[in-house]
Design a protein around this ligand. Sequence first.
Ligand SMILES: [Zn+2]
Ligand SMILES: [Zn+2]
Length: 182
Amino acid sequence: MDIHIFWDHRAPQGLAGPVGRAVASITNTRVRVSDNPIVLNGYIGHRRQVDAGIVLDSLGTCVHRQCIQCPVLLVIGQDLFATGLEFVFGLARPQTQVSVVSSIRLSNEYYGRHPDDDDLIERLAKEGSHELGHIYGLSHCNNHECIMYNPHTLDELDGKKKEFCPVCRVALENGKSALLPC
Ligand SMILES: [Zn+2]
Ligand SMILES: [Zn+2]
């Protein structure tokens, strides 16, 4: 039961490998990383944001056509929003096993802080693993240190550990075994 990570050309380059390895460690799953094969639709000019729902539509169609049965995480560099929300770090659609995260609000630069690739790698791995957790059937967790905690700020995100809490870890392994092999 592998995970596919698609890395968009506008996401920070050189980080795909480290993020892939960190996601593999957090989720205890093999990860394959490749270039993003889809055109990013859903850019809304006046918001300067991409509609995460439209991205997941395109991604769902792509994985269906390519007969990919593994969970997929797309990493992009543009800001994301979802209906009714000012922004989202990421979004998952468990029905089609696809998810997306944006690097932009995970970078120190966005908040006027000093750039640091290690910070960005860690945050992308945490948020990517969080969205993959949704694909495996997990809901949000009240434990502030758990990957499935829903952070509203960068500091809350940084307060999470790079692991699922014991309850979510059991749910994750159950969710993995419930999906078809791929
Ligand atoms: Zn969530
Ligand atoms: Zn948890």
